[in-house]
Design a protein around this ligand. Structure first.
Ligand code: ADP
Length: 269
């Protein structure tokens, strides 16, 4: 049993439809304080739509969402102040310095006074960017920019950090370091992390709870061990492929078989 005050994201019976297309179809799940929660699924499964609803950017047609105890439709401002977000696309101002980007974010959140300077330096220290504080963002590597975005998203001390594909486009070593930073932030700052990623091995490594969504519906939920056990799989990737395969319609399966036979006939894999 999960205690109520431990639940920081509560999604109940949520559906989102675009015209006649149901992008998210009656999903329910809970994320607890301190979780590193990985939200996985193929392209078009409904992940971004869910993140948009969780972060008040779009509203559900049915159901409710509470983030940090606030209803995302009734108390948008309170919800917005309670989380930080790192988007898939970079949102830094590359013509400003590292420090100025942090300052700008502080101003957006109305954080004023002497504490701003100290807090910026602490956060930059945290993500190993203190010595680059006066560098223009355009001179930073991809990994550094991501770290700066993470530091910036923590400026207003959020309880939850949303990260949409935080390691996309980064090399293996930089991805590894980024996950280490996130684990550290989660542990030391007690920040709940909600992330989407296509790197299943990394999700398995970092997340203590996982949901898999496909065609707008949640098809698996639990720890990676639970999901692997249920699907009799050795890795999360194997479990994921089995679950998605099971979730395919007959038409999709026959389409896949057809493609296989075409590939075979033309000598493909
Ligand atoms: P994911 O993030 O898992 O790739 P999305 O949530 O972006 O998936 O999209 C889920 C489905 O909803 C996709 O089929 C997508 O084309 C559709 N969709 C998303 N946003 C819109 C929109 N604004 N209008 C119409 N369809 C949309």
């Amino acid at each position: 049993m999960v205690k109520n005050d431990n639940i920081v994201i509560d999604v109940s019976g949520v559906t989102k439809t675009y015209k006649k297309f149901t992008a998210v179809d009656d999903i329910s799940f809970k994320v607890c304080k301190g979780d590193i929660f990985a939200f996985l699924g193929p392209n078009g499964a409904g992940k971004s739509t869910t993140v948009k609803m969780l972060t008040t950017l779009t509203r559900p047609d049915l159901g409710y969402i509470r983030v940090n105890g606030h209803d995302t439709q009734k108390h948008k401002d309170k919800v917005r102040k309670s989380f930080g977000i790192v988007f898939q696309d970079q949102t830094l101002d590359t013509e400003l310095t590292v420090y100025e980007n942090m300052q700008f974010h502080a101003a957006l959140y109305n954080i004023k006074g002497k504490k701003v300077h100290k807090s910026i330096l602490n956060l930059l220290e945290y993500v190993d960017l203190a010595d680059r504080k006066d560098s223009y963002v355009k001179t930073l590597s991809g990994g550094m920019k991501r770290r700066l975005e993470i530091a910036r998203s923590m400026m207003h001390r959020p309880g939850i950090l949303f990260l949409d594909e935080p390691t996309l486009g980064l090399d293996t070593q930089t991805r590894h370091f980024l996950w280490e930073y996130l684990k550290d932030i989660n542990m030391k700052e007690k920040i709940t992390i909600f992330l989407t990623t296509h790197y299943l091995d990394e999700a398995e490594e970092i997340a203590n709870k996982i949901a898999i969504i496909d065609k707008g519906r949640i098809i698996a939920f639990g720890t990676s061990t639970q999901i692997k056990k249920k699907t009799k799989s050795k890795t999360l990737e194997e479990a994921y492929l089995k679950l998605l395969g099971k979730n395919m319609s007959k038409n999709e399966k026959s389409g896949k078989d057809m493609m296989r036979s075409v590939n075979r006939n033309v000598g493909g894999g």
